[in-house]
Design a protein. Structure first.
Length: 198
DNA sequence: GCGCTGATTCCCT
DNA sequence: GGGAATCAGCGCG
């Protein structure tokens, strides 16, 4: 019943890699929650040595899921009102933030949840994506390989652009943001980098 | 099209 | 009590 262009279900072992490897490998993968979702076009990696990461400074109650088994969902509330979805990676305290996807399945339901119809604005940002897919804190710690999640490997080669991460105040020079090159569904375009004068 | 600002909850200090 | 991996609406030009 695959009516979208996707590969086989992602192996659980995929998540035993380091966060940047997983972040890159998830570009082009298909993510569904209760049958609603699409193709991942933007991710960011975080790990325990990274001052921008919730795991920086060690395990706490809030970030405990980041220190748990790989391939599970780490979901937290940001700025008091939005939810953000991460995939826990192989190293303790590392995860991949899912920032944007291209809506493919259940678009009607996304439109209802978001209250807008422009497909480019349905899932282009971590908060928007969670609202469109109906994700909240009740799914924190849930395995991404089981219902209500479905994850499929990329259908083919995806041209990937790298850059600096967004919305953080420290660790801004770490180029751990990955995106499907020139996708109209990115939360923000990738800036032309490498021209910083002094 | 840009930038500023308010919204709102949880966790750590 | 303050800040946070964000979003949408507003005013301005």
């Amino acid at each position: 019943m695959t009516i979208f262009d996707a590969g086989p279900a992602l192996e659980e072992s995929f998540f035993q890699h380091k966060a940047p490897t997983i972040a890159r490998g998830l570009i082009g993968a298909t993510l569904l929650i209760n049958g609603v979702g699409g193709r991942i076009v933007e991710t960011e990696a975080y790990d325990i040595s990274d001052p921008a990461s919730h795991s920086f400074g060690g395990q706490k109650r809030r970030n405990a899921v980041m220190f748990g088994p790989p391939g599970h969902a780490y979901i937290y509330r940001i700025y008091g009102l939005h939810w953000c979805l991460n995939a826990v990676a192989g190293e303790a305290g590392s995860a991949v933030l899912i920032r944007a996807l291209e809506p493919l399945e259940g678009i009607g339901q996304m439109v209802v949840r978001r209250g807008i119809s422009d497909p480019r604005l349905l899932c282009s940002g971590p908060g928007r994506l969670c609202q469109a897919l109906g994700i909240d804190g009740s799914l924190n710690g849930a395995p991404l390989g089981d219902a209500p999640f479905q994850l499929f490997a990329p259908g083919g080669e995806s041209p990937i652009t790298e850059g600096r991460r967004i919305g953080i105040r420290v660790g801004v020079d770490t180029p751990w943001r990955f995106g499907l090159s020139n996708s109209p569904f990115l939360s923000r375009p990738f800036a032309a980098e490498g021209f910083a004068a002094g």
